[in-house]
Design a binder for this molecule. Structure first.
Ligand code: NDP
Length: 248
């Protein structure tokens, strides 16, 4: 297993759920972590909670829909921790809705966060990693990046896009030592559904995703991220799909 002391990871969407759990996994291993999201108060709470562990935790309020802010995030991490070894593009929104309800603002926001946010992360960190000829970029797609469900036309579209962008990036930089991984979770118990405003979808969600299904915990995904980046340099984990055992 790699020695994470002195290594640096930047995580977007780190103010809750999967991002927070992944940060905890790496800090406990001694990695230096920069937590990024919009809610600075939440980031500060997580920073205090993780303070006792081995790695150094910094926070940077960042809206991933702003290319300037994402660029500033990466530059901040390089200044504070000398380099960025891992970028986890994890920020995302899931305001599911039926297309007939034309929630165009929500479509825009999903495209801005789930696709453009990922692209801005890649743009900010890729030159740095290629210059060092090392590093690892991971992006959270989803099971929804493999199959589309009613009310998920736009969300799934963004997650398909994120997965395909990562696959394309991986192919383009295959001759370098920079690695790419797509993380595709099934249902994880987080705050993700809080952004759903479509009443029909809220009703549908109450019926669940399959009898007896126990959602994953965010730490299950943190573990998958940790697995991907801990492989020997010649092993490139292209994608990890992790779902609850009973999810249909
Ligand atoms: P959470 O709602 O707990 O986390 C979402 C994170 O994204 C928050 O930290 C939020 O922080 C951040 N975020 C949202 N918008 C922005 C923005 N404009 N700029 C910066 N950060 C932003 O949900 P999850 O942990 O579940 O979600 C993490 C990722 O996992 C998402 O990409 C999601 O699509 C994906 N996913 C989740 C699944 C699940 O079942 N939970 C399944 C498959 C994929 P803040 O509001 O402070 O900015």
């Amino acid at each position: 297993m790699a020695d994470w002391k002195g290594k640096s990871i930047v995580i977007t969407g780190a103010s809750s759920g999967i991002g927070e759990a992944t940060a905890e996994r790496f800090v406990k291993e001694g990695a230096n972590v920069v937590l990024a999201a919009r809610r600075e108060d939440r980031l500060a709470e997580i920073q205090s909670r993780l303070q006792p562990y081995a790695g150094e935790v910094k926070i940077k309020a960042t809206d991933v829909t702003s290319q300037q802010e994402v660029e500033a995030l990466i530059q901040y991490a390089i200044r504070e921790h000398n380099q960025v070894d891992v970028l986890f593009n994890n920020a995302g929104l899931m305001p599911l809705s039926f297309m007939k309800n034309t929630k165009v603002d929500e479509w825009d926001r999903m495209i801005d966060v789930n696709i453009k946010g990922v692209l801005y992360g890649i743009a900010a960190v890729l030159p740095h990693m290629l210059e060092r000829n090392e590093g690892h970029i991971l992006t959270t797609s989803s099971i929804a990046g493999h199959e589309v469900m009613p009310s998920g036309a736009v969300y799934c579209g963004t997650k398909f896009a994120a997965r395909v962008i990562m696959e394309g990036l991986g192919k383009e930089i295959a001759k370098s030592n920079v690695r790419t991984t797509t993380i595709s979770p099934g249902v994880v118990e987080t705050e993700l559904t809080n952004t759903i405003t479509d009443l029909e979808v809220q009703e549908m969600m109450k019926q669940g995703f399959g009898e007896g299904m126990v959602p994953l915990e965010s730490s299950d995904i943190g573990e998958a991220v940790f697995y991907a980046v801990n492989q020997p340099q010649n092993v490139d984990v292209g994608e990890i799909i992790v779902k609850p055992t009973n999810q249909q």
